[in-house]
Each structure stands twice: as C-alpha cells, then as structure tokens.
Design a protein around this ligand. Structure first.
Ligand SMILES: C[S@@+](CC[C@H](N)C(=O)[O-])C[C@H]1O[C@@H](n2cnc3c(N)ncnc32)[C@H](O)[C@@H]1O
Length: 275
C-alpha cells in the first residue's frame, strides 16, 4: 500500500492521530485565551494544517506546530525565522500562521539535506531513550524549487523567503530583528551556530523554540552555562521543557535589547535567496 504524501493511508493516519496523539494539543489550541482567533478560524486553521500534513512530508507533530503557531499569533506582524526546512511541511505551516499574524517568514536550509558530520547522538527519553542515532549526510534533502512549489501550492508564498546555504554562513547575514525563531536542525554544531546568530537578533520578549529536544545533546547545550556566557555574553535564560520535552522554549528577557543588525544583509538580489 502507498503510504507517502497524498495517499489514502496518510489521510487515514492523520485522522487517527487527530483523535489520539494530537487531541489534547488541539483542544488546548481551540481553548487558548492567548490568541484572538474565533472558534471558526481556529477550526479552519487546524483543517488547513492537516491538509498540509497529508500533502507534504514532515518531521513534527501537529501539537508542536500549534504551540509554535500560538507564539506567532500572540505577536503583531512578527518576523519569524525557521532554521531547518526539510521537505517544507513545517515551512508551509509556519507561512500560514505568519500570514494570519500579518508577519514575514525567513526559512533557512542547505536544501541539500544534513551536512557532512561525525556527530553521534543519544535519544533523551521515551521508548528510544538512551539509543544512539546518527544523521547521515544528505538526509531530509529537498531542493529549494521543490519546497517553493509546496509553499506556492499549500502555503503563503507572498511573505515567505527561502534562503539557501549553511546556517553558519546565512543566518549571521539576516538583517532583521526576530520575534520568533524555530530551530529544527538535528546537528548540534548547526544548532549552536544558529543560536549564536539568532539570539542577538531576537527582540526583548521574543522567543527561540527548538524541536530538537528528542536529542540529549540539545539539552546539554542549552543547559551549559558557559555556552551562554562565553558564546553569547549573557546568563542562561529561562528554558521551558529542559531535560523533559521535545519542544523547548527559550524566552528572551524583556529587558534585553537586540543587537543592531549587521550591515551586510541578505537582500533580494543575493544569489542564494529567492524572492
Ligand atoms: C529534520 S529536517 C527539518 C524538518 C522540518 N523542520 C519538518 O518539521 O518537517 C533538518 C533540516 O536541517 C537542515 N540543516 C541541518 N544543519 C544545517 C546547516 N548547518 N545549515 C543549513 N541547514 C541545515 C537539513 O538540511 C535538514 O533539511
């Protein structure tokens, strides 16, 4: 039986997950007082996100996307950054949430899959707790034109910009103050580089979210006082979900001020940008 995007199996699986794994998160989203959408808008959004799940391969749960969506919708005209696009399912969904909030979305990836690396990871917990895993070079590969087509068909292309290259090089060039940053990069070297580039650009009250909490190394990095002090020049911020959750939330204190963005920017004329 065909099981991939667009298949009957995929749609049936989605319905099963809606009433089992994702049910509590959906109810929480529908009842949330943090956002101003009507019940009709919330239900329409859940339906639209589910259609994307059925059409484009993704590596997240609906619950994770709804939690991130809530962060986006709480803000006015937010600048949203995603690092780690994969085939584009999360990017399409973030574009839909960002459109509802009147914001802009910048999405970064190699668009060649996981870079060369020699990292060996350990699952933090759950049924796979303690098991080792590696991320093969090229895993999750999807080309930029393919992701762009998914956004054109299912998402909100007008406000979304895809930026190709290693985040170590592309993220420092982003010329914007960031409200919500989402990291899903798997490799700890990539996550470290992304936080180093993005944390100074986050506005006070902004939020950095990582969906890589299944990996012990993500928690070790975020819990490392010397990472925050030596690499970022600040004390460790409050981290929600540390040593527990897959989705980790790091809030930028309200009193902190974002850096002045560097002069070099990723403008529409750059060869590694689209739109
Ligand atoms: C698990 S996938 C992202 C999945 C996607 N967020 C989703 O939920 O469907 C991880 C992605 O991170 C990207 N990545 C990892 N390290 C990177 C780096 N240093 N620079 C750019 N992209 C990187 C890979 O190319 C891959 O597409």
């Amino acid at each position: 039986m065909k099981r991939g995007p667009g298949s009957f199996y995929r749609r049936a699986k989605s319905i099963q997950l809606l009433v089992t794994r994702d049910r509590t998160d959906i109810v929480r989203f529908l009842r949330s007082k943090r956002i101003e959408l009507s019940m009709r808008q919330r239900l329409a959004l859940v339906r639209r996100l589910t259609r994307v799940t059925n059409a484009v391969r993704g590596y997240h749960t609906l619950g994770e996307i709804l939690a991130i969506t809530t962060e986006i919708l709480e803000r006015e005209r937010p600048v949203v950054v995603e690092a780690g696009v994969g085939p584009g399912s999360s990017t399409v969904k973030l574009s839909i949430a960002t459109a509802l909030a009147g914001g802009r979305l910048f999405a970064f990836d190699t668009f060649r899959g996981i870079p060369d690396n020699d990292e060996v990871h350990t699952h933090l917990g759950g049924p796979l707790g303690g098991r080792q895993l590696v991320f093969r070079k090229g895993a999750f590969r999807a080309t930029l034109p393919r992701v762009q087509r998914a956004i054109d068909q299912w998402g909100e292309p007008g406000l979304t910009r895809l930026i190709k290259g290693h985040v170590e090089e592309t993220l420092p060039k982003l010329d914007a103050h960031v409200d919500v940053a989402i990291l899903d990069l798997d490799l700890i070297a990539s996550t470290r580089a992304a936080i180093r580039a993005l944390w100074p650009k986050l506005v006070p009250g902004g939020v950095l979210l990582s969906i890589d909490g299944q990996l012990r190394a993500t928690h070790e990095l975020l819990a490392d006082k010397s990472f925050w002090q030596d690499d970022l020049g600040c004390d460790p911020p409050e981290i929600r979900g540390l040593w527990r959750d897959k989705l980790l939330r790091i809030g930028k204190p309200d009193s902190a001020s974002p850096e002045t963005p560097p002069g070099s920017s990723c403008s529409a004329s750059d060869s590694d940008c689209t739109k």
